[in-house]
Design a protein around this ligand. Structure first.
Ligand code: ARG
Length: 272
């Protein structure tokens, strides 16, 4: 097995300072100490699984920098930097780019005006890049990546604003296996997933709303937000073990375990 390496950014400056998805409410806000503790629990859980964690420096005024999944797409030593839809998040890009440039990656940019939100919307399952579009990323961005990487890209439309990034409703487990929440896709998107991924595990709406699909996969261990009991049972059937970490402070921003991480050495499910 690969030696997993994951990029995270401590939650020191995390908070709800603007509202750019249906989960975020400035009035409700986040509890800073609780958020920091939950982030630490996720970090420690991954370390115990043998993951080497790389840390970015948190920045005041960038509350969503914790969601490193959105930095960009990693492909070998190439880093395709995100072009965020919202100006609030566009300010994160110089920090992500600087980190990747300083760590031996070539930093590549998508064409001007083409939005793309990184691993949040683009996930390899086997040799195919599954790519969510409409709410955040543009299909044009995914096609650009397909050309640049010379890989097959299958864009799937995201139809439910609550599941605005692909990683909120789809998670590859291995090259031929993934979990997904069918209600986040239209009939065509569901067919695309069913046709190209031999084993699909469905997540029920109640657990999808608790970000059960937003899982970090390390070998046969799957780390998710607490309360994904049905998924945990289904994963066990499929030979996986589910580890749960309470991450409700991050759901207030529309994120959970997977969003808080970015795999630097390629996901286990990816075949490049
Ligand atoms: N508040 C952030 C946003 O709306 C959350 C990002 C969650 N990240 C993810 N990969 N789904 O952009």
């Amino acid at each position: 097995m690969k030696n997993p390496r994951i990029l995270m950014c401590p939650a020191d400056h995390y908070g709800i300072e603007y509202e750019i998805n249906p989960w975020m409410s400035r009035a409700r806000g986040a509890a800073p100490d609780r958020a920091r503790q939950q982030w630490r629990d996720l970090h420690d859980t991954l370390v115990k699984l043998g993951v080497q964690i790389e840390l970015m420096t948190p920045q005041p005024g960038l509350p969503d920098l914790v969601f490193t999944a959105n930095a960009g797409l990693v492909f070998g030593k190439r880093f395709f930097s995100s072009r965020f839809t919202h100006p609030e998040r566009q300010r994160e890009t110089p920090h992500f780019d600087a980190w990747f440039a300083a760590h031996g990656f070539s930093v590549e940019r998508l064409p001007e005006g083409v939005y793309f939100e990184g691993a949040g919307d683009a996930l390899f399952c086997g040799p195919i890049l599954f790519a969510g579009y409409r709410i955040r990323s543009h299909a044009a961005g995914h096609l650009h990546l397909g050309n640049a990487l010379q890989r097959m890209v299958l864009p799937v439309e995201l139809i439910d604003k609550r599941f605005y990034h692909l990683d909120t409703c789809f998670c590859p487990l291995s090259p031929d296996e993934a979990i997904y929440f069918p209600g986040a896709f239209d009939a065509y998107g569901r067919t695309v997933l069913q046709k190209h991924i031999p084993k699909l595990i469905e997540v029920v709406e109640k657990e999808a709303e608790r970000f059960a699909c937003n899982a970090v996969v390390v070998g046969k261990k799957v780390v998710v937000n607490a309360g994904s009991d049905q998924l945990a049972a289904d994963l066990q059937q499929a030979g996986y073990e589910c580890l749960s970490v309470e991450l409700d402070e991050f759901i207030k921003a529309g994120g959970s375990a997977k969003c808080l991480t970015l795999r630097l050495d390629g996901e286990d499910a990816a075949v490049w």
